[in-house]
Every structure is written in structure tokens, then in C-alpha cells.
Design a protein around this ligand. Sequence first.
Ligand code: ZN
Length: 411
Amino acid sequence: MEMRAETLEAIRRSIARAKKSEFYGKRFAGVEPGDIRTESDFIRLPFTEKDDLRDAYPLGLRAVPEADIVRIHSSSGTTGAPVIIPYTQKDVDDWALMFRRCYETAGVTREDRVHITPGYGLWTAGIGFQLGAELLGAMAIPMGPGNTDKQIKMMMDLHSTVLTATSSYALLLAEEIQRRGLRDKIALRKALIGSERWGEKMRRRIAGELGVELYDIYGLTEIYGPGIGISCERECGMHMWTDYVHCEIVNPQTGERVGEGESGELVITTLQKEGAPLVRYRTHDLTRELPGECPCGRGYPRIDTLIGRSDDMIKVRGAIIYPSRVDEMLAGVDGVSSEYQIMIDHLNGKDILTLFFETAAGGEAERGRLEKTVEGSFKEKIGLTPRAKAVGMGELPRSEKKSTRIFDNRY
Ligand code: ZN
């Protein structure tokens, strides 16, 4: 995304603020904001990695006096120490402003009732959805995750019109509503789905079974939380609020900028954050910048639907496997659902990949035929032959958190 003079100026201010933290004070000891005169000066600055944030635990990222911090959030991660992000009142307010912009982009109004299923607490998701909805003037229904019976009851009794959820939880709710035959009793018209990488087939199922328009909302705890970008009615990528965040796309292996429109890893620099400014933070989300203007006319630049995470890429017998490619492959096979699970094992000196997929087909023969079809399609699209195993619909786990679908048991 091209850098304008005012962006460069905002970056210089952000670096000056960041340097007041213990972490950037050391990292940028030899860097003066005034040294950053051009884009090429900027891209010579080192990346900030999640491990840097972990090492700064608990409050090494704090860039303002203690008294100015009004809240913290924390991203857990599956391993290692948590990351703590301190927020000033302005950070909290800015986040709500961005979130309101997301709702407006999705066509949500003050008349809407927003059913919020992401978690509350140290994790940023729930409270962000809530503050944005309240700022807009809509009615927030702060459910939090879990208790599907209660979710569906409240959804019916309160006539929730907007669902906010992770894609896997939206799918679980959609399936449950379908199974209980309650589709006519719910009033949902839109769903804002947290931006995990998710396949087209899953999208179509959630949209179809709930009868809603879907919007992808982007964000991460380290940078405010969800709400720093969202897709629009044209469904072509997500608009990013570049007055708050500067985005770059880099090659995840080399760290070099990719060419225009090429896929790579999203790297974000905060432009207005006070509590914990971040400079060139590696998100590990893989996407690309979409060139040109969106037909919707909104001037904010767009990134494409996420294709995966750079740390999700898995190499098996020389083939690189992205979860998104598996989604695409399954989307092209009739008679199987969007859900899958992959197990990779090392047996007798060889890596073995087993792919479990769901099908409504009951008979042995038909399942066997589908397994052969999936194996062939996997070989053709991804480059190696798996062992495919059919299981019944709903047998693979759905989770309320981001789903883990690949289990690498080789190490
Ligand atoms: Zn648009």
C-alpha cells in the first residue's frame, strides 16, 4: 500500500511514542524519528515479532505513564508466556470508532440487535464488538461463547438481527438451528465473522443455513483487536482502516516487500496507538493487497480474504500444504462437507498424511468411492496422495475458538 507524506509523518510520530517504552527504547536506541525520511528508510527498520512481545511481559510495551493506562488485554497463544497490551482511553475510544465504522460498512444500524458470541475478558473480541455496537446506537446482546441452547433461545426471544462470531461457532449455530428446524423463528439478517481463514464452502453453508449476508472482520489482539478492517457488500476483500494502521505485505521467508498484488505476510504499524504502539509487527496472516479501487467507492485500501497463516504452512514429502488449499479442494468435491481434519504421522521411515472428511453418504461402497475421489483431488491440487477417511456429518469437532484442523505428530 503506497506511502503518502502524511502516513510517513504518522509513522514518525508513532516511532517517537514507541521509543518511550522499555522494549522500543532499546530496539530503536539508534533510531531517531527524523531519520525516517522515505519509505525505504522505514522498511529498513527491523520487524517486531510476537516473541518480542512475549519477552516484554508483563508491561515492557507500555509507552505512556502508568496512570494513563485504563485497560489491558492479553493474547494467550498456545505456547509460551502471554502478551499483554496496555490501552489508554484514546486507544479504547479509537477502537470503538473503528468498530462502528465496521458495523456501518456492513449496513448495521441503530435499529439492529447485535448478538455477540465471541469471548469477553482478557481476550479482546467480545468487548470490541460491544463497544462498537453501543457507539453506533444498536442494541448489544453480550452473550459470550458457549451454551448453544441459551444462545438460540435468546436469539429467538430478543429477535437478534446481527450475529457476531468466529466462523466455526457460526457454523455450529447454523447447523443447530437447521437441525432443530428453527430457521423461520430467527430474525438474523447479517453475520460479522472473525477473520479466520475460512473456505468458500463453509461460507456458503453459514450464509445459506442462517439466511444472512456475511461480512469478514479483521483484527488481532496485539493491534487493538478485531475491527481494524472489514469486507463490504461487494465481497471483494477487506477494507483496512489505514488512518489507524499502516499495512505492508512481505515475503514470509525473506522479509522483502512483495510485488503489487502478490501474496505474502501482512505486517502492521500502528499510527495512532498510545498505550503500546507497534512498528512493523508481523501478523503471520497470509493475504495480498487488492489493487485498484473497490466498486463500492470506499477509499480505504483492501486486503484479500486470508489464505492462511505463515506458521500454518506444513511441509509433507516435499509438498507445501496451506489449510486454504484443502478448503478449496473439498469445495470442489460433491457429497462432502467443508469440515476436515488432517493427521500427519511418521511411520516406518515415511510421512503419512491422513485426511478425515465428513459426508452424509452412509453405504460402505459409496464412502469408499468418495475416499478415492478425495485422494485423487488432493493429489492433483496439493501434490501428494493422502489416506482419505470418510466420517459421518457432525463427527469432526466444531469449536468456539479458532479451529485447529492439522495435527502434526511427526516431532
Ligand atoms: Zn468495498
